[in-house]
Design a protein around this ligand. Structure first.
Ligand code: FEO
Length: 178
């Protein structure tokens, strides 16, 4: 059974992951409002990933005999100055989340909650990818600058991102069959 300190820290991380979900969904809405549907789609898939992350912690806490307590989500930004601004925010957010995973790992080790370490190792790996993805797109947007055709080309490229397998929000009914 999991101790109270780790239980509380995991509940805090569920909130972080759900806020990530909410932030990326907000960015998705922003991009769709600018007719950058590829970026809107990319952010929607990212939001799905974050919900999956929250549910990994949620399920783990239940498996370890802990208690899930969902907290209020903080108020979000709903608009950005530019696509670059949004992806730079996403990159900063992923760096923040990497820090929270590191802090959680420290608590888990201090409390000798070794059964949770493999899950956190998975998240440490995942954060390498998460930071790299958002950081790379932010860099590409910097290169594109004010070139509209470059922006549209990148938008089309980002439309190809696939939904993560097992995402609880992945549409069950294929588009067009609803
Ligand atoms: Fe769940 Fe993007 O960190």
């Amino acid at each position: 059974m999991i101790g109270k300190k780790v239980n509380d820290a995991i509940n805090a991380q569920i909130k972080n992951e759900l806020e990530s979900y909410y932030i990326y969904l907000s960015m998705s809405a922003y991009f769709h409002s600018k007719s950058l549907d590829g970026m809107g789609h990319w952010m929607r898939v990212q939001a799905h990933e974050e919900l999956t992350h929250a549910m990994k912690f949620f399920n783990h806490l239940i498996d370890r005999g802990g208690k899930v307590v969902l907290k209020d989500l903080k108020q979000l930004k709903t608009t950005w100055k530019s696509p670059l601004d949004a992806f730079q925010d996403a990159y900063k957010h992923e760096q923040f989340i990497s820090g929270t995973i590191n802090d959680l790992t420290t608590i888990v080790r201090q409390e000798k909650e070794y059964a949770t370490e493999p899950l956190l190792a998975w998240f440490a790996d995942e954060q390498v990818e998460e930071e790299a993805n958002a950081g790379k797109i932010a860099e590409q947007l910097e290169m594109v600058g004010s070139d509209k055709s470059g922006l549209l080309m990148l938008d089309r490229e980002l439309a190809a991102r696939a939904y993560p397998p097992g995402s609880p929000l992945n549409p069950v009914v294929p588009a067009g069959n609803a």
